[in-house]
Structure formats: C-alpha cells, structure tokens
Design a protein around this ligand. Structure first.
Ligand code: SAH
Ligand code: SF4
Length: 396
C-alpha cells in the first residue's frame, strides 16, 4: 500500500483565532460553482450576469465543452472566450473542485481518493466521501458515491455503520468523475481507449434516496459533448427502493443493479433491512417490469457471499428459481471484511460451487475479484470519518 498525502487543510487553533481577530470584515456571498449545473441552469446564470439573450446558447455550449470535454479548472484557460468575458466569469463564478485529502494506490492498481466536500451547515464540518478507480484489462471503472453515509443499515456493509450525513449534489457527484479524469490525465475526453470507461453508482449511499441529483448527474455525465460516458456504461445499484425503480428506466436510462444478496425473505430481512418494507415479491415484480429490460439490457443482481449465511447449494438453486424469466447477470461478490464486521467470506470452493449452479441455469455469474482490499477500497469497505468528526466538533 502506498499513501500520498496530497494536502491537508490547516485549521488555525482557537487561540490563534482569538489573537488575530481583526476588525470584522463583512463576508461576501460565496461564488456560484458552475460544476453540476445543467445547460438550462448554466444559461440562467449567464443571463443573470448580463450576457445577451442571443448569445446564451453559444456561450453555454462553449462553457460546457470547456468544463466537461476539456476539463478546464480556471476561466483563464478557456481561450474560446474573450479575455473580458473570462474575467467577468471569474469574478462571478468558480469552477473549483472539491479538495482531495488523500490518494491511496493499491498494489493491484486500484486508486482511492478521499474527497472533502463543502460544508452546508456551519455547525458541521465539511463531509468527506471516497471515490475508487478500478483498472481492468478491458475497462476502467469508477465507483462513485451518492450520499455521505447511508440511512439503510445493511448488516454486512461498512457504509451502513456510518450515520447518514447528507445527500450529494449533482455537482458533487460529477466532481468525483472530474477528479478521476484529472488524476488519470484524461483530458480532453478521449474518443477511444479510455482509462475511465465505466461508472458504477456503488460507492457510499443509496442513490434512489437522492434521485433528482443522481438523475441530473447521470444525464450530464452521459452528455456526448462533455464527459460522454454512455448510459450503457453507467450502472446504478440499489438495495431495492421499489417505488423508484421504474423511474430509473424512464427518467435516467442507465443500467440497473440490484443488491439482492439472499434467495428468500427470511435471510434478506436480516441482511438488507429495507426488505421488510419492500419484500422480494415486490422487488422482483419491479425488476420484471423494468422499462427497457431485454437480453441485451439485463439487470445485474449482486450477491455478496457470506459463509454459512447465504452460500449453500440450496440457496443457489433457490436464487435461480427466484430470478426465472428475468434477463439477468448475477454478480457474486466475495464478502470484504471490515473492522468489527459480523460475517466471514465464503470459502473459495463454495463460491465456485454456487457459481456453477447459477451458470448451469444459464446465467452469466462472474465472481468479482476483490480489488483494493489493502487500502479498504473494496465493495462495502467505504466509510469516511465524517460522523466522528461531526460528533467531536459539536461537543466543543
Ligand atoms: N446502496 C447501494 C449502492 C452502494 S453498495 C446498494 O446497496 O446497492 C454497492 C454494493 O456493494 C452493493 O451491492 C452492496 O451490497 C455491496 N457491499 C456492501 N458491503 C459489502 C461488503 N462488505 N463486501 C462486499 N460487498 C459489499
Ligand atoms: Fe447503504 Fe448500500 Fe451499504 Fe446497504 S449496502 S447500507 S444500502 S450503501
């Protein structure tokens, strides 16, 4: 494991603050960050600073390409705009990325960034999220977070032990992609041979509890004149928020993954407590009715392999019966342990036996090779310290 400390915000101590308390300067309103605004919102902001109505469309297009195709981080670099306009934009707006606190690189090439987001509540310090990049032979996948923490408490998931801090904005979701592109040196958006080719919304949080921001982010990430990552290469994973599943198909149009993890309600109630609200029958009905579902557009079912909990041959056969008729891929995920986790990963032979039964029933069932375990970047290991910091700061 190698860890590079990129930056650390220096917080002045209380005494320093008291000694240097100069006359109060009136705080100016923070500049609006343009990252994350869609074309309409961008146009509205330009109109507000007096750009002529007949120019809005063109200027929006130029900015869009500069931010999401070229990856510019300062207005000064956007040479398609006049010097005066660049200066005016810099006065009114910012393109600032969230701060990278640390970057860790696993011995298998997986990279994890801890990113600090702006605080939206002065009583709570800035929350932090983790972003993970997983290079593979034929693709490179970025695992993006949609919330800081999670309100659901799946018993095998590290994020589930962290209290929900807040939803991410569309800009903060997109910024995770921009940060990865910056680090990979992948600007302008390459037409082919990309290092970052796929995105999974499988980081921290439940994306369907932050639907509007996730929808805006995915639509912007897929925009062909910007980041241009096709919706077929973007997968949203849900623990089963049944009433929102149809809208993933109709309003977002990306690929769907379901964190299934159990072949019956008894076991699923224990592993994914949300199952008590939306049981397997309701969940699988929503899957069968998923708009656009076909053999070329299958649902991925994620199944974490837990020793003696859900990994028997009988479980494998029950799983196959359960998914009958649904165009599906089944992703078997060896359980990634975290400090204090109450489960063990299934034996490797058992995972293979399980996989063989699922395969024999006609489902592709790749066993997901654990990546980045040495830097706690594997599935379900993500958890930031936001909650702890919050508690101590509030107490002081
Ligand atoms: N909240 C969403 C997306 C984030 S979790 C969801 O639950 O689908 C991303 C995936 O990692 C889910 O399939 C989740 O079940 C799985 N996961 C969580 N903890 C894990 C662990 N400790 N080991 C392996 N996979 C885990
Ligand atoms: Fe939340 Fe997903 Fe973890 Fe469950 S598995 S606690 S829904 S992040």
């Amino acid at each position: 494991m190698s860890e590079i400390e990129l930056s650390k915000a220096e917080t002045p101590s209380l005494t320093e603050n008291a000694l240097t308390s100069a006359p109060q300067v009136e705080e100016s309103t923070p500049k609006i960050n343009l990252i994350g605004l869609d074309r309409t919102q961008l146009g509205e902001e330009l109109a507000k600073i007096g750009i002529a109505p007949k120019q809005i469309r063109m200027r929006t297009g130029q900015l869009w390409s500069a931010l999401y195709n070229q990856g510019h981080t300062t207005f000064d670099d956007i040479t398609t705009l006049s010097k005066d306009l660049r200066a005016q934009l810099a006065q009114e707006f910012t393109l600032e990325r969230p701060e990278i606190i640390t970057e860790q690189i696993s011995k298998d090439g997986t990279r994890k960034w801890l990113v600090r987001l702006p605080s939206t509540n002065p009583r709570i310090p800035a929350p932090e999220v983790e972003v993970v990049y997983i290079p593979e032979a034929d693709r490179g996948t970025l695992c993006v977070s949609s919330q800081v923490g999670c309100t659901l408490n799946c018993t095998f998931c590290h994020t589930g032990t962290q209290k929900m801090v807040r939803n991410l904005t569309a800009g903060e979701i997109i910024a995770q992609v921009l940060i990865a592109r910056d680090a990979l040196g992948e600007w302008p958006t390459p037409l082919e041979g990309r290092q970052l080719s796929n995105i999974v919304l499988m980081g921290m949080g439940e994306p369907l509890y932050n639907f509007d921001e996730v929808k805006q982010a995915v639509n912007m990430i897929a925009d062909g004149e910007g980041l241009s990552i096709s919706k077929r290469r973007i997968t949203l994973s849900t623990s089963g928020v049944v009433p929102m599943i149809e809208r993933v198909g109709t309003e977002i149009g990306c690929m769907l993954a379901i964190s299934l993890h159990a072949p019956n309600d008894k076991v699923r109630d224990e592993l994914v407590p949300l199952n008590k609200k939306y049981d397997l029958k309701q969940l699988l009905t929503a899957c069968r009715e998923f708009p656009g579902l076909s053999n070329s557009r299958r649902i991925t079912f994620e199944y974490v392999m837990l020793k003696d909990v859900n990994d028997s041959e009988q479980d494998a056969r029950a799983l196959v019966r359960l998914l009958k008729g649904i165009p599906a891929k089944i992703n078997l995920i060896p359980f990634n342990a975290w400090p204090g986790s109450p489960y063990e990963c299934s034996e490797w032979e058992q995972i293979e036996v399980f996989g063989d039964i699922v395969n024999a029933a006609g489902y592709a069932s790749p066993i997901r090779r654990p990546r980045g375990r040495d830097i706690m970047a594997a599935c379900g290991q993500l958890k930031s310290e936001s909650e702890k910091i919050k508690a101590s700061q509030i107490a002081s």
